[in-house]
Ligand binder design. Structure first.
Ligand code: RUB
Length: 323
C-alpha cells in the first residue's frame, strides 16, 4: 500500500502532475512520512535502508529544483541524529520531521506573501511567469491588503503553467491579462514590477526558474522595471558553494510539438534557465528581503555549512548525485 502510494508520488512528480518546487518538496516529505507510517521493516537497519531507497527514488524524479534534495535531506538528518535508537523511535522521528517540513514550508509561503506585499504599491501592474506559489502569495497578499493591482501572466509554454496562475488570480478577483511568452517586451512598459519564483538559487545569487525567466529579467532590466524573486530559503542550493552546477532538466520534445510531424527535426526542450544576479533587484524569503549577493550567507546559515565539510547526501549512503 505504502509502496504503491510512494511510487505514485514519484511518478506524479516526474510527469509534473505534482509540480512547482515547493509542491515537489512537500510531496517528497509526505512520501517519506507514508513510508515511515506503513513500513514493514522489522529492524532499525531495515527501516533506514527503506528510507534510503525511497529517498533515492524521489531524487531521481526531477533534477533542477533543489527544494527536493533539501527536503529529503532535512527528513533524513533526523535519522542520522536518532542513530542507535530503536525502530519505533526512528519511525517517529521521520514522521515528525516530515510533518515539520511540510508545516514550515506552508508557513514560509504565507510569510513571503506578507513580506513581499510590502514592496507592492497601490496602482502597480505586475508581471509573473509560470506558476509559483511564492510569487502568487506576494501578489494575492498585496491585493487582500486592498492594493489596486493588475497582473500580466505569461502562458509559460510548453506546459502552460501560466493558465494555473491565471485561474488562481481570477479566483482571487485580481484583474489578470494573459499574454504569450514572446509578448513580454511588447508590454514591459506597462509593467511596474516583475515577481517570479525559483527552483534553485546559487551561491552567486543567480536564480534558476522556468525557461523564459532570464529573457523576462533582461527585458525588465533594460526597461528599468524592478525584478523580484520570491523563494523559501530551502530553494538555496548548498552544493553551489562548493562549485556544483545546477542541472537543467531537459524534458521530452513531444511536449513542444509531435516529433512525428517533422521527421528529422531536432527539438530541444529545456525546462529552466539561469537568471544572473545582476538582473535581480531582490529576493523575498520567509526570513526577509535580501539582495542576490546575500545568497552565499543564506546558504551558510541555513545549511550550517563549514568550509571542507561534505554537503551532499551525508545521510543518503554517501553517494553523490549531481544537483
Ligand atoms: C515551476 C517553476 C516555479 C518554481 C517556484 O516549474 O518554475 O516558478 O518552481 O514555484 P515546473 P513555487 O512547473 O516545471 O515545476 O514558488 O510554487 O515553489
Amino acid at each position: 500500500m505504502a509502496v504503491a502510494e510512494v511510487k505514485r508520488i514519484a511518478r506524479d512528480i516526474k510527469s509534473m502532475r505534482i509540480r512547482g518546487a515547493g509542491n515537489i518538496a512537500r510531496a517528497a516529505a509526505r512520501a517519506l512520512k507514508i513510508t515511515a507510517k506503513d513500513t514493514r521493516a522489522k529492524t532499525a537497519a531495515e527501516f533506514t535502508r527503506e528510507i534510503n531507497r525511497v529517498s533515492r527514488l524521489l531524487l531521481s524524479t526531477r533534477p533542477t529544483a533543489v527544494s527536493l534534495p533539501n527536503a529529503i535531506r532535512y527528513v533524513n538528518l533526523s535519522l542520522e541524529q536518532a542513530r542507535g535508537t530503536d525502530l519505533a523511535m526512528l519511525r517517529k522521528v521521520v514522521i515528525s520531521r516530515a510533518d515539520e517540513f511540510i508545516k514550515s514550508s506552508n508557513e514560509a509561503v504565507r510569510r513571503i506573501g506578507e513580506i513581499g506585499a510590502n514592496r507592492i504599491s497601490d496602482g502597480d501592474t505586475l508581471l509573473t511567469h509560470c506558476n509559483s506559489q511564492c510569487a502568487l502569495s506576494v501578489i494575492e497578499t498585496a491585493f487582500k491588503q486592498g492594493k489596486d493591482i493588475k497582473v500580466f501572466v505569461t502562458e509559460s509554454r510548453p506546459a502552460w503553467q501560466g493558465l494555473i496562475s491565471v485561474k488562481e488570480l481570477l479566483k482571487a478577483g485580481i484583474p489578470t491579462t494573459l499574454i504569450i511568452d514572446s509578448a513580454v517586451r511588447y508590454f514591459i512598459r506597462d509593467v511596474s514590477k516583475v515577481v517570479v519564483g525559483a527552483d534553485s538559487i546559487a551561491a552567486n545569487g543567480a536564480v534558476v526558474n522556468k525557461i523564459g525567466t532570464a529573457q523576462i529579467a533582461m527585458t525588465a532590466h533594460e526597461a528599468r522595471v524592478p525584478f523580484f524573486v520570491a523563494a523559501e530559503t530551502y530553494k538555496f542550493h548548498p552544493g553551489t558553494l562548493v562549485g556544483q552546477l545546477v542541472e537543467i532538466e531537459e524534458r521530452d520534445p513531444s511536449e513542444v510539438v509531435n516529433p512525428k510531424r517533422f521527421p528529422g527535426l531536432k527539438i530541444r526542450n529545456p525546462a529552466f534557465d539561469v537568471t544572473p544576479a545582476e538582473y535581480i533587484d531582490l529576493i523575498i524569503t520567509e526570513q526577509g528581503i535580501i539582495p542576490p549577493s546575500a545568497a552565499y550567507t543564506v546558504i551558510q546559515e541555513r545549511f550550517g555549512w563549514k568550509p571542507g565539510e561534505e554537503i551532499f547526501e551525508r545521510s543518503l549512503g554517501g553517494k553523490k548525485r549531481k544537483p
